[in-house]
Write a protein that binds this ligand. Sequence first.
Ligand code: ZN
Length: 128
Amino acid sequence: MTDDQTATSFDAHRCPNGHVSYPGHTRCPDCGEKQTETVDLADRTATVVTWTTSNATPPGVREPNHLAIVEFAVDGEAVRALGQLTTAEGVDIGDEVEPVYTEELREPGAGIREPDSQEWDGYRFEPV
Ligand SMILES: [Zn+2]
């Protein structure tokens, strides 16, 4: 692991009209403008919109696979992200979670033809 902060940011993208999306797009999904700014969500908390435990887990995905849609509030914009929960213990819709950096969200050796082509790190959501 390096000290490179860009490797650990959790970036949503913003267009000149203030719309924020995660992940970023070439053009804003709301208005079609180019997204010109990033907003790091890593230090913010989000609210669980819904979650489930997937039992049909693709190769290499860490189990148990608790998937959540969470919503960040960024300057009045609601920004939703999909990711794994660190635990499903006691998690309920409306609960607050925070992003937790994880070096290997998936197992690099598991059935991926070009392991070097993938990014393995990312964030899980942990109940606050
Ligand atoms: Zn826009």
